[in-house]
Design a protein around this ligand. Structure first.
Ligand code: BES
Ligand code: MN
Ligand code: ZN
Length: 495
């Protein structure tokens, strides 16, 4: 997809679609008035008829227009100007991009307002438009002969104003859009392709392309590192496990190290506590935490953020078989904690246990982990909201603030000591499930045993990481949820 910035009046832009954002009760002034004039007053007419409401994420196409350079127009509503946020903007522009990416080789252009819309600057609109055109034009139909979505042939950005700011926004929007699409791609690919080593191979390519340091710990190294909790999960599968470590050192030798840790269960059958078909159907998505970490690391490296960040991805397949780990097994994790296995389907925490304690021993200063960890979190918060859990409120506040600024919905749940009783072991130190109630929290309390005293936030992304149906503003399948937040968090750490 070719991305180009142009400084031309909207009326002269040649494209298959010119996307024109409009706010509610917009006055026809400036560039929009010129466009109206060139089109013989149709914009004013549509407004007075109530067809052009400007309501958030509403779209109105005009095909076969004459009098301007573009052959089609797509108006997209931004809602009330003063209520505009980055999240609303993304929703509107991704809706527009999805609405016109059903054909091949489409050339689009965005008409960027010359002034801020409410609190959102023209440069932010540019970045959002580019990200939206990348994310909205790629579908989950990777293996379909007749695809439903097609990347645009070209995207023109018609923006006046400070050109270096706009150029930087184009670069930022591109990097973020491609990072989100990388995460989506990894989640959407079938589990026979994205095995632990299949994932590692993709990570290797990403690291080489964007200059990340990478290490892949294969099974012998995991054994040497005493990562026996993670290895137990892998036992039932012929696919060997691995841990991928990628590193971006943009902050110099003395800057604090941020660790991003991802659950990468490339397929979760449930193990001997086998899932029923309905529950297993989407379990290729159980590596979304790892895919989110890799997507964010790619963006952090490409943006050359002045921070030190390490991504740790724990990759295993959870399968059944004669060698599979069993209910009643006692696992000794890397840090010496003994774990009673009550349910082999509570495997994500067993993987994260060792990866987290590896990160702690590696001397990182702050940790965020991401995992499609529990159905209970989806029950608690719904499909579109991630749960946050922490041992350090200041660090959690920093993560929540980054999420808020990017418009990704995260809600903190409590970590009171009363939950600890539910995972106390009978034979070993702790049990890998705490029973039915408060399941998202008992899972988080389990993880807390492996982070020592490091400031740590656990994000349970089981709901939002994978969407069950299409919406006008997003495709079903992998969503790339939390890539934006992680990149923003790293950016803030560098300040
Ligand atoms: N990967 C699942 C959680 C999940 C559920 C992710 C739905 C995405 C959508 C996890 O490994 C799991 O199976 N959790 C169990 C835990 C239980 C056995 C304590 C669950 O949520 O039922
Ligand atoms: Mn499971
Ligand atoms: Zn799982």
């Amino acid at each position: 997809m070719e991305i180009r910035r142009i400084d031309k009046p909207w009326t002269q832009i040649e494209a298959d679609w010119l996307i024109v954002p409009v706010v509610e009760s917009a006055e026809l002034s400036g560039a929009l008035a010129q466009l109206d004039q060139a089109l013989g007053g149709i914009v004013a007419r549509l407004k007075s008829l109530g067809d052009l409401s400007g309501k958030l994420a509403s779209t109105l196409p005009l095909r076969g227009v004459t009098g301007i350079g573009a052959t089609r127009l797509l108006f997209v509503g931004l809602g009330v100007a003063n209520d505009l946020t980055l999240a609303r903007l993304d929703k509107a522009l991704t809706t527009a991009s999805r609405a016109i990416s059903d054909k091949k080789e489409v050339r689009i252009a965005f008409a960027i307002p010359g002034d801020a819309v409410g609190a959102i600057s023209p440069a932010e609109i540019v970045a959002s438009a580019i990200t939206a055109s990348l994310v909205g034009s790629v579908g989950q139909d990777l293996y379909r002969t007749e695809k439903g979505r097609h990347p645009f042939a070209s995207v023109q950005i018609a923006a006046s104003g400070n050109s270096s700011e706009i150029d930087a926004a184009v670069a930022r929007g591109t990097i973020l859009g491609e990072a989100i699409n990388l995460t989506r791609d990894l989640v959407n690919r079938p589990p026979q392709e994205i095995t632990p080593l299949g994932f590692a191979k993709r990570a290797q390519a990403v690291a080489v392309e964007f200059g990340l340091k990478i290490e892949v710990f294969e099974k012998p190294r995991l054994e040497q590192e005493r990562m026996n909790s993670m290895l137990a999960v892998a036992q039932g599968s012929p696919q060997p496990p691995c841990m991928v470590v990628v590193e971006h050192n943009g902050g110099g030798p003395n800057a604090p190290k941020l660790a991003l840790v991802g659950k990468g269960v490339t397929f979760d059958s449930g193990g001997l506590s086998l899932k029923p078909t309905d529950g297993m159907l989407t379990m290729k998505c159980d590596m979304a935490g790892a895919a989110t970490v890799l997507g964010a690391m790619a963006a952090i490296a490409r943006l050359k953020l002045p921070v030190n960040v390490v991504g740790y991805m724990g990759l295993v397949e959870n399968m059944i078989g004669g060698a599979a780990f069993k209910l009643g097994d006692i696992l000794t994790a890397r840090n010496g904690v003994t774990i009673e296995v009550l349910n082999t389907d509570a495997e994500g925490r067993l993987v994260l246990a060792d990866v987290l304690s590896y990160a702690v021993d590696a001397g990182v200063d702050r940790i965020v982990d991401l995992a499609t960890l529990t159905g209970a979190c989806v029950v608690a918060l719904g499909e579109d909201v991630s749960g946050a859990f922490t041992n350090n409120q200041n660090w959690c506040d920093a993560v929540l603030a980054a999420a808020k600024s990017t418009g990704e919905d995260v809600w903190q749940l409590p970590m009171w000591d009363l939950y600890e009783d539910l995972i106390k072991g009978d034979v070993g130190d702790i049990k890998n499930t705490g029973g039915r109630w408060g399941g998202a929290i008992t899972a988080a309390r389990f993880l807390q045993h492996f982070v020592a005293d490091k400031p740590w936030v656990h994000l349970d992304i089981a709901g939002p990481a994978f969407a069950s149906s299409n919406k006008p503003h997003r495709e079903a399948g992998g969503t790339g949820h939390m890539v934006r937040t992680l990149v923003e968090l790293a950016r803030r750490q560098g300040k």
